[in-house]
Design a protein around this ligand. Structure first.
Ligand SMILES: O=C(O)CCC(=O)C(=O)O
Ligand SMILES: [Fe+2]
Length: 229
């Protein structure tokens, strides 16, 4: 496992990993992280036992090991699509603070990426997936392809460190770049990397910071624009 995460001891500068992919280490403070976890937990409780509950979706490869809460739009599998309601139940609204998070991330990312700078101040936060990774879970390589909009995906990580693998647009294999995402990190992918395969091969035991709002496991919040404008 050590080799999977062996860049953690190094300096972690803001950087464009490949064109259109920007890593912002330590973007969220501990207090902000905790508030986001508490907000997501409240929303998950509200929809528990309803058709929009946080569940481990069935996908082509079987049941995911990650639990997903959909906000704004609901992400359905079989077939893959975004819907506004499920069996008559309305999807919880996207929290209003998510637009501010998107604006802040894109401000910072645009400063180091010509590919992302056209989106600065222009992306509408319309939907978010709150992914909960129990210890030992993972997410296979996939493309985020159900958004018609070409806007970037803004992703926030809280809890256990994760190995994020950013691949290529053609297949699940190499070339790819691995980035360790620690609690509080943001990563954004757009431009030429928007439809690249990516995934989380592993989360790292024993790395949940005290005070981040989670006792164990990892939460990742990906905020997206669905409709082109
Ligand atoms: O957990 C992550 O960092 C990535 C999540 C992801 O790729 C997704 O929600 O589509
Ligand atoms: Fe994804």
């Amino acid at each position: 496992m050590a080799t999977l995460f062996d860049d953690e001891g190094l300096d972690r500068p803001v950087r464009e990993v490949i064109p259109g992919v920007v890593h912002l280490p330590g973007f969220l403070s501990l207090e902000e992280s905790r508030a986001l976890v508490e907000q997501a937990r409240g929303l998950a409780r509200q929809v528990a036992g309803t058709p929009t509950a946080m569940v481990r979706p069935e996908v082509g490869a079987g049941q995911m090991s990650v639990y997903i809460l959909s906000l704004g739009y609901h992400w359905q599998t079989k077939p893959y699509r975004y819907v506004r309601s499920v069996d008559g139940a309305r999807v919880p609204a996207l929290p209003e603070n998510y637009q501010g998070l998107v604006d802040r991330v894109l401000d910072r990312a645009a400063a180091v990426s010509d590919e992302l700078s056209p989106w600065r101040g222009r992306m509408r936060a319309e939907t978010a997936l709150v992914n909960f990774y129990p210890p030992g879970s993972h997410m296979g390589m996939h493309v985020d392809g159900n958004e018609e909009s070409g806007a970037p995906v803004v992703s926030l990580s809280i809890g256990q460190s994760a190995l994020f693998r950013m691949g290529n647009p053609d297949n699940r294999g190499r070339p790819y770049r691995d980035v360790s995402l620690l609690s509080g990190d943001a990563i954004v992918f757009g431009g030429p990397a928007r439809r690249n395969y990516h995934g989380i091969p592993a989360v790292q035991p024993g790395t949940t910071p005290e005070g981040c709002g989670l006792k164990d496991g990892r939460i990742n919040i990906t905020i997206r624009e669905v409709d082109p404008h």
